[in-house]
Design a binder for this molecule. Structure first.
Ligand SMILES: [Zn+2]
Length: 351
């Protein structure tokens, strides 16, 4: 009997638990990523430093590099530094901005990257995408998926609560993104990948239905799993569609016009909730609205400091942030006044 299957690229190792970081040296050796510990350990100015200190005993040959993170130029600067020695791999320790900067710099240098997340603010921890600022715009660059992903709950538990809420927003947005992907498939014939869809949707459903509190280890594990599987879904599909639809178009538009309005995860959460309302999926809308309320995520334009008019302008502009993408926004193609009416309905339904 022929067993036909495809080969997919995923991290060699994924560890999500308290104390995971202390295994890093062993993991690098066991997985043949670096037998002698010749690695660059890259940290931001924040919590990564404390984490890197913990590694010193197990990784005495590592070079610790502190960077400023988040901009395309930061990644290029780091890529230059990585040329100075023959590293086996690069370990990025920190939040989303550090991880994305290290991911892109390692990719440019052709070095494997180990992602050590100290917060769970977005799905960049395991994705093949690096979001970096360039000339005032947030741009998504393709990169290699991390070779290993480590989430140490001892650090994540100490992350600011707002970062964890952001992670919940990014995870829940997959429920809206997969609905957009299905819509695009039905209407435009966009190819769909059932495995990527299943990974993204089922892991987001687990976060949606999880009864735990934001700081419970079992909830954080479910959240970490969802963000990692969302990243894996993008690698499986070869596109960000399993995790990015109207929710992300709206977030990119809000980000461009009101850069200080909210975090990425907060913006995509509001975007996903509004897109779900637009889609008329009342069961999903009520479930998402309840979960977001329970974890104190922003839900309305007002919650992220935008007036209805400002949010209307952002949503009207949203399709231009990702030309060629087909989501509920392009599908309905509402004009300004129709859009404003739908946004007013949306806000009313939440009050
Ligand atoms: Zn996202």
């Amino acid at each position: 009997m022929p067993l036909l299957a495809r080969t997919i690229t995923t991290p060699l190792a994924v560890e999500v638990h308290a104390g995971a970081l202390s295994h890093l040296g062993t993991l690098l050796a066991d997985r043949r990523i670096s037998a002698g510990g010749e690695v660059a350990v890259v940290v931001g100015p924040g919590v990564g430093k404390a984490a890197a200190e913990r590694l010193r005993d197990g990784l005495s040959r590592a070079e610790i590099i502190t960077i400023t993170a988040g901009r395309h130029s930061d990644a290029l600067e780091l890529a230059d530094k990585l040329r100075s020695r023959n590293f086996d791999a690069v370990v990025g320790i920190g939040g989303g901005r550090v991880i994305d900067t290290v991911k892109y710099a390692s990719f440019r240098q052709g070095l494997p990257m180990v992602s050590v997340a100290t917060s769970l603010a977005n799905d960049g921890i395991a994705s093949p995408v690096a979001s970096l600022d360039r000339d005032g715009h947030s741009i998504s660059y393709g990169a290699h998926i991390p070779i290993a992903v480590i989430v140490d709950l001892d650090f994540v538990r100490q992350a600011p609560i707002r970062q964890l809420r952001s992670g919940v927003g990014d995870a829940l947005s997959n429920l809206s993104a997969t609905a957009d992907w299905q819509l695009s498939h039905d209407v435009t014939g966009e190819p769909i990948d059932g495995l990527a869809m299943a990974l993204s949707r089922s892991s987001a459903e687990a976060v949606l239905r999880h009864p735990g509190e934001l700081t419970d280890d079992d909830f954080l594990t479910s959240l970490a799993d969802a963000l990692i599987l969302g990243g894996t879904a993008m690698a499986v599909a070869g596109t960000s569609l399993p995790c990015s639809g109207a929710c992300h178009e709206i977030a990119h538009a809000v980000q461009e016009n009101h850069p200080d309005a909210a975090t990425h995860g907060e913006q995509v959460g509001v975007g996903a909730l509004f897109a779900t309302h637009l889609r008329g999926d009342s069961r999903m809308f009520e479930a998402m609205a309840a979960t977001m309320k329970r974890h104190a995520l922003p839900r309305t334009p007002g919650d992220i400091g935008l007036s209805v008019d400002e949010f209307t302008a952002a949503v009207a502009y949203a399709p231009r942030t990702r030309p060629g993408r087909y989501t509920i926004l392009e599908h309905l193609n509402l004009d300004g006044s129709a859009l404003r009416a739908r946004i007013t309905d949306f806000v009313d339904d939440l009050n």
